[in-house]
Design a protein around this ligand. Structure first.
Ligand SMILES: [Zn+2]
Length: 421
């Protein structure tokens, strides 16, 4: 049944206008006219209606690690957070490095996903960095390639991959990490906190040197490159230069790198372990500047759930990764939009429309007229026990935020609904 969203404040070109919206069963939304009698009316008085959010960096863990998350639980979590499209990272089992392996993932997406789920194929076989995946064949089914979790160490392999991906009009999503710069056994950023806690730290160069190398390879191959979860000021400088030159390079930042830094680590707990780690206060401020000036054009969660046992331990033993799908918009809205560090328009570009444009998602059949509906006045404390995600570890637990998602609409269907309960 189609539905009619009545009396909501609808985001339109940087502003909110009072407008009824008709959403048809085939997923097209339009300003409502008088012939909406066939529709279910939903009262949106006091609510803000935004485009469906797009998260270009999510680990759904299935197939292979369904004790951490599944496509059903991960996409439900996204819908719970107003996110209607995610890019699903390929550190799975099997790794989607061939059409056969990718179809194992696609079958579960078709069966279980409640929102748009874009599978990302691997750059190299088994993400081992030694041989390029069958990009020509995979390109019939996927347009995004990543070895997220590890950097591609060999320049020659990365160049081969970029040349192939460029040929098929795809894009590389690069986790940049130069193993030559990485201290074995690192736990957090190489800085005063690591010294204080007696832990091994990892430096900014481990990220920045591979960012610079990958940008050089874009110059050579012309391949579209998106840099994942930027954390270091030095990386931002290289990206800013590439964007100025007009190279096809974009980048994302996570809410945790934008809103936290190593100074915030107040305990030896696993919720502070992530890759890349929280950096210095200067790096954090440089990231905020980069989303303000358009150097970094997307916010991505790097949602990376693990089991309780894997996270509820100390920094020495915890695995890398925190969850973010259900907190990203409320955190960014509360910490950056309300204090007027960024505008609502910038927020929606960073969390939705820029990803759509950069990766031509509508042309590729995704996104269509997805919507997320918010009660922006509701204030509450983040409680991981309320998450739909199986992952519960976030350093933002207990933090007070504004903005509760009340409904997420994907393809003319309600993917999540809180209203009326
Ligand atoms: Zn990564």
């Amino acid at each position: 049944m189609p539905f009619l969203l009545r009396h909501g404040q609808v985001y339109y070109n940087g502003d909110f206008i009072r407008q009824d919206l008709y959403v048809s069963e085939d997923g097209m939304a339009a300003a409502a006219d008088a012939n909406a009698a066939d529709a279910e009316a939903i009262d949106c008085t006091g609510f803000h209606i935004l485009p469906g959010l797009i998260d270009p960096h999510v680990h759904l863990r299935e197939p292979g690690h369904s004790e951490k998350e599944t496509i059903a639980s991960g996409t439900a979590a996204a819908a719970h957070g107003g996110i209607s499209t995610v890019f699903a990272m390929p550190n799975l089992n099997p790794v989607p490095d061939s059409v056969e392996h990718l179809s194992a993932e696609e079958n579960i997406i078709d069966r279980d996903a409640v929102i748009g789920t874009v599978p990302v194929a691997s750059i190299t076989r088994s993400q081992q960095g030694e041989a390029v995946s069958d990009i020509a064949a995979l390109s019939m089914h996927a347009f995004l390639f990543s070895d997220d979790g590890v950097g591609v160490q060999s320049e020659e392999i990365m160049e081969q991959a970029m040349t192939e991906v460029k040929k098929h009009n795809g894009a590389i999503l690069a986790h940049c990490e130069d193993n030559r710069q990485v201290a074995a056994g690192w736990r957090i950023n190489a800085g005063h906190k690591a010294e204080e806690l007696g832990l091994i730290g990892v430096n900014n160069e481990s990220e920045a040197s591979e960012v610079r190398r990958n940008i050089e390879l874009v110059r050579k191959t012309g391949c579209q490159l998106h840099i994942c979860h930027v954390s270091a000021g030095e990386s931002i400088a290289a990206i800013r230069q590439a964007v100025r030159e007009g190279l096809p390079v974009t980048a994302e930042a996570t809410p945790h790198h934008l809103l936290l830094c190593e100074d915030d680590i107040d305990s030896d707990r696993g919720c502070w372990r992530m890759n890349p780690p929280l950096r210095s206060r200067e790096d954090q401020l440089a990231l905020i500047e980069a989303i303000r000036d358009g150097t970094i054009t997307m916010i991505a969660t790097d949602h990376a759930p693990h089991t309780r046992a894997e996270k509820e331990t100390d920094l020495a033993h915890a695995l890398n990764g925190i969850v973010g799908l259900e907190t990203s918009f409320p955190l960014i809205y509360t910490e950056l939009v309300r204090p007027e560090i960024i505008t609502m328009k910038q927020c929606i570009e960073l969390m939705s429309t820029n990803a759509e444009k950069t990766f031509k998602l509508k042309e590729r059949g995704y996104c269509r007229s997805d919507l997320s509906i918010w009660d922006l006045k509701e204030q509450y404390r983040i409680d991981p026990e309320e998450f739909a995600s199986m992952g519960r570890s976030t350093p933002f637990a207990g933090r007070s935020v504004y903005g509760r998602c009340v409904m997420t609409i994907h393809n003319g269907k309600i993917a999540y609904r809180r209203m009326g309960k």
